[in-house]
Design a protein around this ligand. Structure first.
Ligand code: NAD
Length: 275
């Protein structure tokens, strides 16, 4: 199947990984940069030359705002590629619910809102994390359907700390991506996830600065360093592009061999259990 013509939408486009993805995917149809941070968005747009760039300020926690963004994106025609890179982590908030809202439910909202604009050959790539390995498997059933009726009932009584919520959100994003990949495959819409280890962005640097155990984890990665945002973007470009036309429902790790070596990122706190 060839790639669908249409626009490319990148959430978290003002950030390190989203910005690198926007740079990597520019020039193939309209490019929509979406982020909550208006000033940083305009700066990111200014660094892109030669592409038709649209800037959309949107908080992915807000279903109405996501709907309004989708209406605006619809005026550009079909969506060929959606990359969900908007995210926050424990370095930015202690509130685990907020992490779930942005990283998991925000990405699920964007997928659902833009799905009607997708055609055969369209592709979604979400940004996960190796941190998903810390999510206890007994939470899976509560994570797979982040926009479902049961979400509020379950997560209003479970108050995970930020580290546990981050692991839950990335595990949930993988489970949800896989479910959507199966549901949307017959329509030719592919869904995959790229899961990096520590990456040299503002978020990655802040996390390391505050948590020596994560710096120690990075030192144990077989390739001995953090990922560069451009290396994550290259993996995204592959999965979003026509050379991945028969690949859907996979998690591609960009981790310098950490998974192969059996390394697990150790959370600084034990965290809550879903049970
Ligand atoms: N940097 C790492 O070490 C690392 C490792 C693995 C996974 N990731 C994941 O990659 C993604 C991008 O991370 P990054 O390192 O580029 O971080 P970043 O902080 O540089 O970028 C994240 C972007 O998301 C935006 N954002 C935050 N909340 C939002 C909201 N409610 N609505 C819309 N936009 C919002 C921010 O404004 C920011 O521009 C995140 O999902 C993160 O969990 C990062």
């Amino acid at each position: 199947m060839s790639a669908a013509p249409g626009s490319t939408v990148v959430t978290g486009a003002a950030g390190g990984i989203g910005g690198a993805v926007a740079q990597r995917l520019q020039g193939d149809g309209p490019l929509v940069l979406l982020d909550i941070d208006a000033a940083a968005l305009h700066a990111a747009a200014g660094s892109l030359t030669g592409a038709q760039v649209e800037v959309v300020r949107c908080d992915v926690r807000d279903a109405d705002a996501v709907g309004t963004a989708a209406e605006r994106i619809a005026t550009l025609g079909p969506v060929a590629r959606l990359v969900c890179a908007a995210g926050i982590g424990p370095a930015q908030t202690d509130d685990g619910q907020q992490i779930l809202e942005v990283d998991l439910r925000g990405s699920a909202r964007m997928m659902a809102a833009l799905r009607p604009l997708m055609v055969a050959g369209s592709a979604i790539v979400n940004i996960g994390s190796v941190a998903s390995a810390r999510s206890p498997l007994d939470a899976d059933a509560a994570l797979v359907d982040p926009l479902g009726d049961q979400w509020e009932a379950t997560w209003s009584r479970v108050r995970p700390d930020a580290w546990t919520a981050y692991a839950y959100s990335k595990r949930g994003l993988w489970l949800h991506s896989r479910r959507r990949a199966v549901e949307w495959a017959r329509d030719g819409v592919r869904v995959n996830i790229v899961s990096p280890s520590q990456t040299a962005t503002a978020l990655g640097a802040a996390t390391i600065a505050e948590n020596p155990e994560i710096a120690e984890f990075v030192s144990r990665i077989p390739m001995g360093r953090m990922a560069q945002p451009a290396e994550v973007a290259d993996a995204v470009a592959f999965l979003a592009g026509p050379t991945a036309s028969f690949i859907t429902g996979v998690e591609l790790f960009v981790d310098g061999g950490a998974g192969a070596a059996g390394q697990a990122m150790k959370p600084p706190t034990q965290g809550a259990s879903i049970a």
